[in-house]
Design a binder for this molecule. Structure first.
Ligand code: NAP
Length: 280
């Protein structure tokens, strides 16, 4: 049976360490989260982020807008937050309503306050192999989890499924920067299972149940990023955990794997942005 990549356990360790770092900070960082609309999942995510920040000693403010907010109102608010010396980190909860250009919104966040590392400045740094202010939260959480279990990346064949700016592309680049051999797959990939069968590590960020044991090589590592509800309302990942855990050497569960690592990375990034501000 596979060893579980336990994101909750590592998150708790990271939080213990962060609490100490925050205790030693004379000025607590402030995380500003912008939430547009009333998507129930986004509302839960934002509530959890606020609660977690406050439990750790990070100030947090949530700015709510109705889904029909004009784009320029959002841009003005981000400009105000960029110029507000009390704000350390800015997160715009995605997805945004269709009438809003998400690229324009993300581009307007100051790179030194861009807590999810998604601005062109920070992603450009990542893709050129330089240090961004911070790395995107979910990819950073995935690498922290693999490192916690001493999973070797150098020279390993990693298959990343999904090519979003939020997860697939940055995690692939971070793995490449760590000298993995990375193959990227997406909805147009032919014969996905022929590719995944050659993987030492599979990172699946799709949001559909697409990976079963027959698609995996013995003793591989499986990182399941996907989260969605099945028809019975049960939270699922991309991977059929019961069968895959019989063949894999390591596997991350859903829930309890990458999800807690994403929130841990968000808190880490907020503190890192505060530290980098002190040094500027
Ligand atoms: P996204 O923007 O919807 O991207 C999904 C990707 O999956 C796309 O690149 C798409 O390909 C690809 N895809 C769709 N069907 C496929 C198939 N049958 N075979 C292979 N590839 C396929 O999603 P995302 O934002 O990256 O999120 C992905 C999943 O991770 C979602 O379930 C999301 O809820 C979850 N997530 C979890 C966390 C966490 O903290 N655990 C954080 C972020 C996201 P195309 O590009 O060709 O369309």
């Amino acid at each position: 049976m596979a060893i579980i990549l336990d994101g909750k356990n590592l998150r708790d360790k990271i939080f213990e360490n962060l609490k100490q770092r925050l205790n030693n900070m004379s000025e607590k960082p402030t995380l500003a989260v912008i939430l547009v609309g009333d998507d129930p999942a986004s509302q839960i995510y934002v509530k959890n982020k606020k609660k977690t920040a406050e439990n750790l000693g990070i100030n947090s403010i949530v700015i709510n807008y109705p889904s029909d907010i004009p784009e320029n109102v959002l841009l003005d608010k981000i400009k105000e937050l960029n110029n507000d010396n009390k704000i350390t980190a800015i997160l715009v909860q995605l997805p945004l309503p269709k009438h809003i250009d998400k690229f324009r919104i993300i581009d307007s966040i100051s790179p030194e306050k861009d807590v999810d590392g998604l601005t062109p400045y920070n992603s450009g740094k990542l893709f050129s192999g330089e240090e961004p202010y911070v790395y995107p939260c979910t990819p950073k959480g995935i690498l922290l989890l693999l490192d916690e279990y001493n999973i070797e990346l150098e020279g390993k064949h990693v298959v990343v499924i999904g090519r979003s700016n939020l997860v697939g592309k940055p995690v692939a680049q971070m793995l490449l920067n760590r000298n993995a051999t990375v193959t990227m797959c997406h909805s147009h990939t032919k014969n996905l299972s022929d590719i995944t069968k050659t993987a030492d590590i599979v990172v699946s960020a799709v949001g559909k149940n697409i990976i079963g044991e027959k698609m995996l090589k013995s003793d591989c590592v499986v990182v399941d990023v996907g989260i969605f509800k099945d028809i019975n309302g049960k939270i699922c990942g991309d991977v059929d955990f019961a069968s895959a855990s019989k063949i894999a050497a390591y596997i991350s569960p859903v829930p309890g794997g990458v999800g807690p690592m994403t929130i841990a990375s968000l808190m880490l990034n907020t503190v890192e942005l505060a530290d980098s501000k002190r040094l500027r």
